[in-house]
Ligand binder design. Structure first.
Ligand code: HEC
Length: 134
């Protein structure tokens, strides 16, 4: 069900990318990424301090993993030393439990590279607010 829906949503976008001459993997599409974020929404918000099952992703880029105060991370995450960037997050989201053994994030991963690029384009905008360090 979900997959079929995603294909219906993505096909016109792909067509648009072809018409505008863009290669399918050249950069992400934030609008498409907002839809990919539906997979994360039950556990994460992009701004504000409220925590769900996972920590808020506000200001996540440039931050060391495991740094949201008051959120109880796994030892694996808080001791990882990962700094979140486009590249580290792309790797993490492909297969969280392989990238970081012992993480308590129960998410299988995004197998589609374009989805990851789109999601990152969305997150790079949506997680940056006035409260973030410059
Ligand atoms: C079922 C709930 C769940 C889903 C779905 C989920 N996450 Fe998570 N996420 C977590 C939890 C729990 C942690 C804390 C992991 C730890 O401490 O090991 C986490 C941690 C993270 C972190 C590290 C944050 C930090 O402060 O270091 C990032 C980045 C992240 N998730 C992004 C995502 C994205 C993007 C998606 C969607 C593609 C997603 N997550 C889907 C539960 C989830």
């Amino acid at each position: 069900m979900l997959k079929k829906h995603a294909i219906i949503v993505l096909l016109p976008l792909l067509g648009l990318a072809l018409v505008t001459g863009g290669s399918a993997l050249a950069g992400g599409d934030a609008a498409a990424g907002a839809k990919v974020f539906n997979k994360c929404k039950t556990c994460h918000i992009t701004s504000g301090e409220a925590k769900r099952m996972g920590p808020s992703l506000e200001c996540v880029f440039g931050r060391t993993a495991g740094a949201v105060e008051g959120y109880r991370y796994s030892a694996a995450m808080s001791g990882s030393g990962i700094v979140w960037s486009h590249d580290t997050m792309a790797e993490y989201l492909k297969n969280p439990r392989q990238y970081l053994k012992g993480t308590k994030m129960a998410f299988a991963g995004l197998k589609n590279d374009q989805q990851i690029e789109d999601l990152l384009a969305f997150l790079e905008g949506a997680t940056v607010g006035a409260a973030c360090p410059k």
